[in-house]
Design a protein around this ligand. Structure first.
Ligand SMILES: *Cc1c(COP(=O)(O)O)cnc(C)c1O
Length: 337
């Protein structure tokens, strides 16, 4: 029999809807969102657009879809997308940029998830002998680099590169709320430097489903068509948007607690002799390098602590609001025993 779960730290997507979300879902006003007639979806889109400083937003079932729709909006077939090495848009979206938009990634080195503006500039190509660049895309926080933050000055410099090269700049902001909480700045301080931003509501914020793509009204008009092509046109989606609105209201204030607990866990792991790069522990993610990652993860699972083996020697922990201080203390006992 599976042991009781002390802490599920595989991802911040594992949270279940709070009672407030369930109540909001039960009483949500709804309509057909493919016709643009769901008032709760419209409210959510307007609210995310307001928070991020954009004209319009479009609700979709997943962050992968918001990213891939954005890529389709910005690019033409045969182009390249310049992005940081390890970017989710390529590493974890199953080749969809090629399958759907006919574009390929060009990775830029990114120590701690942060590409140097000069490296981005050098990766941009306009020559008639090479596939041209169609888009520059950043990820903040950067998942594979450890939930790391891009300094706002660096974002500004990369936007200057994009402007100089005449290119759009997209942000995979699946965890941009974590970056804003860690930097203690309003979300728009980060997002306003981009042409489109994908914001995930079902990661740290805790909604059961959904991401919102934000951008200009014109970009969202095109995005609407690509969303429908991908089968992402939902009907009475206000049921989901209602939960997402609660997540948007209650979620951001909890992220600092997640980050504090992440730090606490990371330091306990280092103290117990585990190999953790503390410089990369900036938000709610910890990567541990150890031999036989899958075996170790299975052993911890037997004792009720769930983590992800993301490679032969790499284990990831992700903190979220449904692992509180008590559960964390118990998890640390298991992990450092
Ligand atoms: C989770 C995540 C996404 C989107 O994932 P979905 O499971 O498709 O919602 C996009 N980018 C990053 C960096 C992520 O961590």
């Amino acid at each position: 029999m599976a042991p009781p779960v002390i802490a599920d730290l595989r991802s911040d997507t594992v949270t279940t809807p709070t009672p407030e979300m369930r109540a909001a879902m039960a009483s949500a006003a709804v309509g057909d969102d493919v016709y643009g007639e769901d008032p709760t979806v419209n409210e959510l889109q307007a609210e995310v657009a307001r928070l991020t400083g954009f004209e319009a937003g479009l609700f979709m079932p997943s962050g992968s879809m918001t990213n891939q729709v954005a890529i389709a909006v910005h690019t033409r077939r045969g182009e390249e997308v310049v992005c940081a090495e390890g970017s989710h848009i390529y590493e974890w979206e199953l080749g969809m940029m090629a399958a759907f938009s006919g574009v390929v990634p060009r990775f830029v080195p990114a120590p701690l998830g942060v590409p140097a503006p000069e490296a981005v500039r050098l990766a941009v190509r306009h020559s008639v002998h090479q596939s041209p660049t169609g888009l520059i895309s950043l990820e903040n926080t950067h998942n594979k680099a450890g939930g790391t933050i891009i300094p706002i000055d660096t974002i500004r410099e990369i936007r200057a590169v994009a402007d100089a090269e005449g290119l759009p700049l997209h942000l995979d902001g699946a965890r941009v709320f974590n970056a804003a909480a860690a930097l203690d700045v309003p979300l728009s301080e980060i997002t306003r430097h981009f042409h489109t931003v994908s914001v995930c509501l079902s990661k740290g914020l805790g909604a059961p489903v959904g991401s919102v793509l934000v951008g200009s009204a014109e970009a969202m008009k095109q995005a609407h068509r690509y969303r429908k092509m991908l089968g992402g046109g939902m009907r009475q989606a206000g049921i989901l948007a209602a939960a997402a609105l609660v997540a948007l209201r209650d979620g951001p204030t909890r992220l600092k607690e997640d980050h504090r607990r992440t730090r606490e866990l990371a330091e306990a792991l280092v103290k117990a002799g585990f190999d953790v790069n503390l410089a990369a522990v900036q938000t709610n993610i910890i990567y541990v390098t150890l031999p036989n990652a899958a075996g170790q993860v299975a052993k911890w699972a037997e004792q009720g602590v769930l983590a992800s083996a993301l490679g032969p020697d790499s284990v990831r922990f992700v903190l979220h609001h449904q692992t509180g201080d008590g559960a964390l203390e118990q998890a640390i006992e298991v992990l450092t025993a």
